[in-house]
Write a protein that binds this ligand. Structure first.
Ligand code: HEM
Length: 457
């Protein structure tokens, strides 16, 4: 029997009952995607499908199914086809608007910007930005934590990615442009990114202006022979395999790709890290002790110091598990995919769902419980299987910025916790599923009081 005949003998995955004709479960999916996905897992196990605006979406959960998903080649499960909504933002010929081979060459240009000596430099830059930002807070008050983390991570990202010249202008035009670009990311854009809507027109105008701004910096650097210590510099000196240098539009596109992949996600992870810690203050004690030990005598922020902050790292990992900023990762099925007794048909969509996979009790016992120590030496629950913890994806499209992101969140909380006593204002901080990157619903207020001396506890 041929493989094609075998496939036709295989079943479609079980389908979630209910939903509207054609639209399927779109309204519940918009309102509470994690509830819907968890229900499917509880009812059918590691693979099931549901109808979403005319397309069948197959959901993979659990290490074995996740592995099948992440190991499928790009010409079978395509990220490019699923993420077309990013093309108007990242640009033509960039990332998901090119072949997987060229995309991987483009992302490869970034690796020198993530080497140890660069990360060392970023550690200091991140600390300087965080200190300057928190200097603007008063003696005591209330802040929206997500808003604050968003502002600060835009400063950090623009400084480390695009450089000092750009960073100086961030407070003026950039936040507006960035907001307009972000306005192009929603469920509608996932299906129809080019509709003539005002929000999509604003997105397109903002991108044109962004290319102008970054091109000016590139031109100035080239004419004055200035060399930066940022991602921009790395891209300015990069070449494709055939020897061609990157055009200004290519450079801007890649910077926007990194900015979009890394800024909001880092802000959200930083916010959940703080909220969960403040909800479970007993876990602050070891964090403050290691802060005292490694930074308490005015030591400089460095990679070496950051590596010692293991209790803080565990709390970030637990935030990644319980509140992954990306709750689902998508692919388009280009060729039939077999999994166990099932065949997932070409033309449909497929996803993995970190928010559900992270709550499987066989991997993470007592999964609803906040317990950063589940990652301590000897327990290391995330190592029970390769595709257990998925906050940064897996396989060939795994995040390239994880080290940078963890470093950033560690620096931010090191500065905050050394300077302030913090308390939550609300009883509950629930996830806001209306945005692509899932932070807490706003306002997400915390109150702060400055400590008498910045380095004492
Ligand atoms: C907390 C912060 C971050 C989170 C939670 C996160 C999460 C992820 C996830 C889940 C993926 C896989 C997407 C998929 O398979 O569909 C991914 C890919 C990616 N991330 Fe991140 N990321 C973060 C920060 C960053 C940063 C700081 C950068 C850049 C400096 C970055 C750059 C990228 C890129 C370029 C990809 C695409 C890789 C590919 O498709 O080959 N990310 N990220």
């Amino acid at each position: 029997m041929t493989t094609a005949t075998l496939n036709t003998l295989k079943k479609s995955p079980p389908r979630l009952p209910g939903g509207l004709p054609y639209l399927g479960h779109i309204f519940e999916f918009q309102r509470n995607p994690v509830g819907l996905l968890q229900r499917g897992r509880d009812q059918f196990g590691e693979v099931f499908s549901f109808l979403l605006a005319g397309s069948w979406m197959t959901v993979f959960t659990g290490p074995k199914a996740n592995e099948a998903y992440f190991r499928a080649p790009d010409d079978q499960l395509s990220a490019k086809e699923a993420y077309q909504f990013t093309v108007p933002i990242f640009g033509k010929g960039i990332a998901y608007d090119t072949t997987p081979e060229i995309m991987s060459e483009q992302l490869g240009f970034v690796f020198p910007a993530l080497r140890e000596e660069r990360l060392q430099r970023y550690a200091q830059l991140m600390a300087t930005e965080a200190e300057a930002y928190f200097d603007t807070w008063g003696q005591e008050g209330e802040v929206d934590l997500l808003e604050a983390m968003n502002e600060l991570t835009i400063f950090i990202a623009s400084r480390c990615l695009i450089g000092q010249e750009f960073r100086q202008n961030v407070s003026t035009e950039f936040p507006r442009l960035y907001k307009d670009l972000e306005g192009g990311i929603n469920l509608l854009a996932f299906f129809q990114p080019y509709l003539p809507l005002p929000s999509f027109q604003r997105r397109d105008k903002a991108r044109v202006r962004m290319v102008e701004l970054i091109s000016q910096i590139i031109a100035q650097r080239r004419s004055r022979g200035i060399e930066g210590e940022d991602f921009l510099q790395t891209l300015m000196t990069a070449h494709y395999k055939d020897g061609t240098a990157l055009s200004d539009d290519n450079i801007t596109g890649l910077l926007l790709t990194l900015l979009f992949a890394g800024q909001h996600t880092s802000a959200v992870l930083a916010t959940w890290t703080g909220i969960l810690l403040l909800q479970h203050p007993q876990y602050l004690t070891p964090i403050l002790t290691e802060q005292q030990e490694y930074l308490g005598n005015g030591q400089e922020m460095s990679l070496n110091v950051l590596r010692q902050l293991v209790a803080l790292e565990r709390s970030i990992k637990e935030a990644e598990r319980l509140r992954p900023p990306l709750i689902m990762l998508m692919r388009k099925v280009l060729r039939d995919l077999e999994y166990g007794e099932y065949c997932i048909s070409a033309g449909s969509l497929a996803m993995v769902a970190p928010a559900v996979s992270h709550r499987i009790p066989e991997i993470f016992p007592n999964p609803e419980r906040y317990d950063p120590d589940r990652f301590s030496v000897g327990r290391e629950e995330d190592r029970k299987a390769t595709y257990a913890l998925l906050g940064f994806g897996g396989g060939r499209h795994r995040c390239i910025g994880q080290t940078f992101a963890y470093q950033q969140v560690k620096v931010i909380w090191s500065v905050l916790l050394r300077r302030f006593d913090l308390k939550l204002v609300h009883q509950e901080y629930q996830p806001d599923y209306s945005t692509f990157v899932v932070g807490p619903r706003q306002p997400s207020l915390v109150s702060y009081r400055r400590k008498p001396q910045t380095t004492s506890f």
